[in-house]
Design a protein around this ligand. Structure first.
Ligand SMILES: CC(=O)Nc1ccn([C@@H]2O[C@H](CO)[C@@H](O)[C@H]2O)c(=O)n1
Length: 105
């Protein structure tokens, strides 16, 4: 069995929202769905690989791209059109995504 991942990266412009507790979910593809609830994960900026905080994974659940709604946008601390734009540019053509929720530790 593979060990649970202990690192996650976010676009640098989003990390202040993670650190301040305003952003409490992230939506990723299958390659990043192996985080384990209850484990602690280190958060780094994607562009500069700087550690910003630690989070505890609360849940990981499948989510279709077409199901993404205002409720998710609120928890992402992003306007819904912006959220969908970012996701479709990072994961073009991917319908099957995963909703990862977390809290600061
Ligand atoms: C390597 C890699 O894929 N990095 C990613 C992927 C996604 N995201 C953000 O997560 C939320 C849902 O996708 C949105 O807020 C995205 O901007 C991110 O910060 N960094």
């Amino acid at each position: 069995m593979k060990a649970a991942p202990t690192k996650i990266t976010f676009f640098e412009f989003l990390t202040p929202f993670v650190v301040s507790g305003k952003k409490t979910i992230t939506i990723r593809d299958e390659s990043e769905c192996h985080y384990v609830p209850g484990t602690h994960v280190e958060v780094f900026t994607l562009e500069t690989d700087i550690k910003v905080c630690d989070i505890e994974i609360l849940s990981v659940e499948p989510l279709q791209y077409s199901e993404i709604n205002e409720f998710h946008a609120e928890q992402e601390y992003l306007p819904l059109p912006k959220l969908k734009e970012i996701i479709s540019s990072v994961y073009p053509g991917t319908e099957q995504l995963y909703l990862i929720s977390y809290k600061l530790v």
